[in-house]
Design a protein around this ligand. Structure first.
Ligand SMILES: C[S@@+](CC[C@H](N)C(=O)[O-])C[C@H]1O[C@@H](n2cnc3c(N)ncnc32)[C@H](O)[C@@H]1O
Length: 197
């Protein structure tokens, strides 16, 4: 079965587009098959973008699992002085994110494969609609890898569906020593805030 988190999706390309409409932003984003939520902005992503506080104005920010880029482009538009690293494992997603950032004139978005972020970079903020469907062990490994790169005083905001385990993820984060709190709850979604320890 094809998954949206394959590195090189085998699914035939069928380009499409979606509108991202937020109070402060209106973007048309190119999408395709073989990437996450190509037919519409994911409702969890929307909850995150409508509830998260403004990002720090500068420094390095991260969208963990960028897909075609709705979160990274919103971060970049709200923090024009910051460098926004948009990472993913799916090459088709990264190409779309790159094109979408270019069309929006957001030239400080850096869509790169997860292994291509320079080792020394630390993030003032991480926003993510994390890939829960990769499985618990892979999810935990991914979060540990990137939360460990939060700058002192940095924060992460993660949106997770309640039925996909937002409460147990919050407990796991706390057990690992990352203070985590639920800062928004809308429909089936929870937004967790995680502070650098
Ligand atoms: C739930 S989707 C969110 C996509 C996009 N941010 C959005 O809101 O539409 C999660 C993304 O994480 C990516 N992903 C899967 N495994 C990953 C990993 N180990 N590291 C980083 N990203 C990963 C998937 O390819 C997918 O694009």
């Amino acid at each position: 079965m094809a998954h949206y988190f394959e590195e090189r999706p085998q699914t035939a390309s069928r380009p499409g587009a979606v509108s991202l409409v937020l109070p402060d932003l209106h973007l048309r984003l190119e999408t395709d098959r073989g990437v996450f939520s190509p037919e519409r902005i994911d409702p969890g992503t929307r909850v995150l973008l409508e509830t998260v506080p403004p990002p720090p104005a500068g420094g390095d920010l991260l969208d963990l699992g960028c897909g075609y880029g709705p979160i990274a482009l919103t971060m970049a538009s709200r923090a024009p002085g910051a460098t926004v690293w948009a990472v993913d494992v799916n090459r088709r997603s990264l190409e779309l994110c790159e094109r979408n950032a270019r069309s929006a004139g957001l030239d400080k978005v850096r869509p790169v494969h997860v292994d291509e972020v320079p080792e020394e970079v630390r993030f003032q903020a991480i926003w993510s609609n994390p890939a829960i469907r990769i499985g618990k062990a892979a999810l935990h490994e991914m979060l540990a890898r990137w939360l460990g790169r939060l700058a002192p005083g940095g924060t992460a905001h993660l949106v997770v569906q309640k039925h996909l385990g937002s409460d147990s993820l919050q407990r796991w984060l706390e057990d690992q020593g990352w203070p985590a709190s639920r800062v928004a709850s809308r429909a089936a979604y929870r937004v967790l805030r995680v502070d650098a320890p």
